[in-house]
Ligand binder design. Sequence first.
Ligand SMILES: O=C[C@H](O)[C@H](O)COP(=O)(O)O
Ligand SMILES: C=C(OP(=O)(O)O)C(=O)O
Ligand SMILES: [Mn+2]
Length: 413
Amino acid sequence: MTPTHAGPAAPDGLPAAQQPDWPDPGRVRAVRAELGALPGLVPAHECDRLGERLAAVARGEAFLLQGGDCAEEFRRATPGAVHGTAQTLLRMAGALEQAAGLPVVTVGRLAGQYAKPRSRPTETRGGRTLPAYRGDAVNGAAFTAADRAPDPRRLLAAYDAARTTLGLMSAYLASARGAASREVFASHEGLLLDYELPLRRTDPATGRAYATSGHLIWAGERTRGLDDAHIAFLAGIANPVAVKIGPTARPGELKELVRRLDPEHRPGRLTFVIRVGARKVRQVLPDLVAAVAETGAPVAWVCDPMHGNTFEAPTGHKTRHFDDVYDEIAGFFEVHAMLGTHPGGVHLELTGDEVTECVGGGAGSARGAGVSFADLPWRYASACDPRLNRSQSLEMGRLIAGLVAERTRVPVG
Ligand SMILES: O=C[C@H](O)[C@H](O)COP(=O)(O)O
Ligand SMILES: C=C(OP(=O)(O)O)C(=O)O
Ligand SMILES: [Mn+2]
């Protein structure tokens, strides 16, 4: 179990899991004040527009493609890295739109995905134990005491990197004429309350509070405690919000999340991102969908086929198999077909670079094809979880397009 810190940042003093052990509370207060004086990163009307798009996703009239790094890195807030991710997402969106005849809503895991919840608070290498890497907004990835020390000034660097990334994305979209979907929204896990709360602003037009750190904010599998600070934070913002749902979630918990996060049943407000693993999805998803259907809330159902399929390769690398990723998506579609509900979209960890982090893929996608275990050390660049590389992403995009096309009964071109 990861420790739960009842930190000062929690809304209404509620317990907040996975918060950093900042060394200097005075400095954190100063950083929060500085963040509070900076302009919001995204405007409220864009959050509302994404909400409208997600309402269409929930109705089965659009498909959500959400993807990007597991952990964004400050040093990669560069044109090459941001454009690579954007181009990969837009090419996948193009394949989906063409095959399925449905508009695709494209959302990046970007411009804020700088904080990570971890399974363990520390990491031991060669007999030496240091704090775990918790994302660039908290500490550095290098295995040194200096890097791993949490530093609240990194919250300001996260704001700068997010602003740079949003600018690079806008520039790319302005140049991507004719692209199937030219809107890319920004999303991240709203993990660090010392970052999220100062960036929460009241929209003068409506008097409603918005997280201005990104368009869509989600609570992770490790921070979705019903009575905890993260859910209270999401309940208090008007943005579209999502919650990751792992294999131990009970149907009643989802009903309670609906009650807290979408009491008015506002279309586009709430998305459930299911990440239960390929071997469990067919078994656990039906009861979850049925329970939420009983509430009558118009939630969007999205499949994260990454986080329930992670395993350790013989090389020691964290990896995922392309076929497991596809199988969880296929199972997700099967369950929705059986229930007559809508498979709203997918949430993927991917990059535009040809890294070697996930195994499999390649023509035919038989086990053993594409990236092999032996390839993993070659280009394993992720700061946290393994991502689909560019080729694997495009291949997965084509496979998903096949599933959506089958569903919408439009022949694949
Ligand atoms: O991205 C999700 C989590 O932060 C990640 O899977 C945790 O990884 P860990 O189990 O190595 O801590
Ligand atoms: C932390 C993540 O996922 P989850 O909360 O589903 O484990 C993530 O999306 O990187
Ligand atoms: Mn991850």
